[in-house]
Design a protein around this ligand. Structure first.
Ligand code: SF4
Length: 474
C-alpha cells in the first residue's frame, strides 16, 4: 500500500477527525476512520487526519468526526460551527455520542443510527466500492483499513521526542473484528442490547501484507476488537480461531476474552487447549467484571491454568460504575468487590487490570481508584507489593529522592506508619514532612470508613507472593 503525503494546504480535501486523539490522546487508532480513509484512498480522493483542534474547516469539503468516549471534549472547530451552514459538512458518529444515554429507547435508536450511518451516508454513497457487497458506498465489514492514516501524527510525536515504539499499536498491527455482538447484556456496556454474536469481517479483509525493503511484514501482528468471541457458536469461533492460528501471526483480543465461557461451554476445554497452542501476542486478557461471577471464574481458571500454567494471564477489573459524589455505601462495596476479585486472581497467579467507568470521577475519594489502578495496572508493582506497600513506597521514594532522607526505611507496616502519623511526623508545618497523594488517599479512606478499617487494611495488604496457591489448579 502506498503512503499518501500530507495534503498541501492549497488543496481542498476530506478531513478525518479522531476527537479522542485531539482531546486526551488515545493508544489505538480509530478503526472507523482507518476504514473511511481506506475507502477514500481506493477512490483516489484526497484526505487527511486533522491534528489541530482549531483547524480551518473551510479547507475541507466534508469532515468525518468520530468520538469513542463520552467524556471526550469535541474539538473547537466543530463546536464553533454548530448551528451555522458549515455544520452540514460534518458527519459525526461513534459511541461517544450516545453511550451514556439513560433512556433505553433513545439508546437503541442512537445506536442503530450510528451503526449504519456510514453505509447510508449520502456522500460516501457517491463513491465506488472496491471490496464487494455493493457497487457504491462503503461496506464497513469488508473495507480494508488504510493503515498509514496516523503516520503524520506519529512523525509529529517522534519529532517532539517521544519514542516511535510508543505508537506500536498504530504501526505494527492489522486491526479488525472477526465477530461482533455479545449475549451478556452488561448494563455498562455499549453491547448491552445485543443478543447474538455474528460473523463480521473475514480475516483477509483487514490483514495487511505490506512488506518493508527487506521483505519483512510491516505489520506482523493482529489485534481484534471482537466483543465476545468465545460466546459465538462453536461452528463460528472454532474455524475462526483455527484461521488465526494458521495465519502464523501473533494475535490478541484487545477487549479481553470471556473466561466464563470456558466453564459454561461444552467446548471449554477445547477453547483452553486451542488458545494454549496459538501464537498469542502478549498476555491473555480476560474480564472479571462482576464479583457475582466468582464461582464461574474459578471453575474456568482451573481449566485455563491446566492448559496454560505458565502463560501470563490478565483480567480486566471493571469498577466505579454508577457512583455519585456521596454514594458511600456503593463506593465501599465497589472497592471491596474489586479487592476480592484481586485476591482470587492473585491466588491463581493472574494479574488484574483496573478499568474504571467514568462515573468513578464523581465520588469524593475518586483518587483511590486512580491509586489502585496505578498499583494494579503496573505488573512490577502488583506482583511484588501489596497496595499498602505501594502507597507507602510512593512516600518513601519521594522522601529519599527529593528530601534526601536516606535514613528512613523504604517500607513500613501500616501500624509503624500510624505511629509516625500520631507523633506528628507528617504535616505542612516547618519540620514536618508532606504526605504524598497516594498515602493521603489511603488515610482519607481509612478515616472515612473507620468502621471498616480492619477489613480495608487486610485488603490493602493482599500480596501475590502470600496468596498464590498452585494447588488450586494442579
Ligand atoms: S460480556 Fe463484555 S461485551 Fe458482552 S455485554 Fe458484557 S462487557 Fe459488553
Amino acid at each position: 500500500m502506498m503512503k499518501v503525503l500530507r495534503v498541501p494546504p492549497m488543496y481542498k480535501c476530506i478531513g478525518l477527525c479522531d476527537a479522542d486523539l485531539l482531546d486526551n490522546g488515545t493508544r489505538h487508532p480509530n478503526l472507523v476512520l482507518l476504514k473511511i480513509a481506506g475507502y477514500l484512498f481506493d477512490n483516489h480522493i484526497l484526505f487527511e487526519l486533522i491534528l489541530d483542534s482549531k483547524a480551518d474547516v473551510s479547507r475541507y469539503d466534508h469532515i468525518f468526526l468520530s468520538r469513542v468516549f463520552t467524556f471526550t471534549k469535541l474539538p473547537e472547530f466543530y463546536v464553533k460551527v454548530i448551528g451555522t451552514a458549515d455544520e452540514a459538512k460534518f458527519h459525526v458518529g461513534g459511541t461517544g455520542f450516545y453511550a451514556n444515554k439513560s433512556s433505553i429507547a433513545e439508546y437503541r435508536r442512537k445506536r442503530e443510527e450510528d451503526m449504519y450511518q456510514l453505509e447510508n451516508d449520502e456522500y460516501l454513497n457517491t463513491l465506488k466500492n472496491y471490496h464487494g457487497g455493493k457497487e457504491y458506498g462503503i461496506c464497513m465489514a469488508r473495507q480494508m483499513p488504510y493503515y498509514h492514516l496516523y503516520d503524520v501524527f506519529i512523525d509529529q510525536q517522534v519529532a517532539k521526542g517521544f519514542k516511535r515504539d510508543k505508537y506500536k499499536d498504530y504501526l505494527k498491527y492489522s486491526i479488525g473484528f472477526l465477530t461482533r455482538g455479545c449475549t451478556r447484556h452488561c448494563p455498562f456496556c455499549v453491547n448491552k442490547l445485543e443478543n447474538r454474536v455474528c460473523r463480521y469481517s473475514k480475516l483477509e479483509w483487514f490483514l495487511d501484507n505490506e512488506r518493508d525493503e527487506k521483505g519483512k511484514l510491516v505489520r506482523p501482528y493482529i489485534y481484534l476488537w471482537d466483543d465476545n468471541f468465545l460466546a459465538a457458536d462453536s461452528s463460528l469461533w472454532k474455524p475462526l480461531l483455527q484461521e488465526l492460528i494458521d495465519s502464523k501471526r501473533p494475535f490478541q483480543f484487545r477487549q479481553g476474552l470471556d473466561e466464563r465461557m470456558l466453564a459454561q461451554s461444552p467446548d471449554g476445554e477445547l477453547m483452553a487447549e486451542m488458545l494454549a497452542k496459538s501464537k498469542y501476542h502478549g498476555d491473555f486478557i480476560f474480564a472479571f467484571d462482576n464479583w457475582k461471577d466468582r464461582e464461574l471464574i474459578e471453575q474456568a481458571l482451573k481449566i485455563w491454568k491446566r492448559y496454560n500454567p505458565k502463560k501470563g494471564t490478565k483480567f480486566y477489573l471493571f469498577c466505579g460504575f454508577k457512583l455519585k459524589e456521596h454514594s458511600h455505601q456503593r463506593f465501599y462495596q465497589d472497592i471491596w468487590e474489586l479487592f476480592q476479585r484481586i485476591k482470587v486472581l492473585m491466588s491463581y497467579g493472574c494479574v488484574g487490570y483496573v478499568m474504571r467507568h467514568e462515573d468513578y470521577r464523581k465520588y469524593e475519594i475518586s483518587n483511590l481508584y486512580i491509586q489502585i489502578a496505578r498499583w494494579c495496572n503496573q505488573q512490577q508493582f502488583y506482583k511484588k507489593m501489596s497496595f499498602w506497600e505501594f502507597a507507602y513506597r510512593n512516600q518513601s521514594y519521594w522522601e529519599e529522592h527529593t528530601l534526601h532522607n536516606t535514613d528512613r526505611p523504604q517500607l513500613k507496616t501500616y501500624e509503624e506508619f500510624e505511629e509516625d502519623y500520631k507523633k506528628g511526623y507528617y504535616g505542612e508545618s516547618e519540620g514536618q514532612v508532606k504526605m504524598c497523594l497516594p498515602l493521603q488517599t489511603v488515610v482519607r479512606t481509612l478515616e472515612k470508613f473507620s468502621e471498616h478499617k480492619e477489613e480495608l487494611l487486610e485488603m490493602f495488604n493482599y500480596k501475590m507472593a502470600n496468596l498464590v496457591n498452585p494447588k488450586l489448579w494442579e
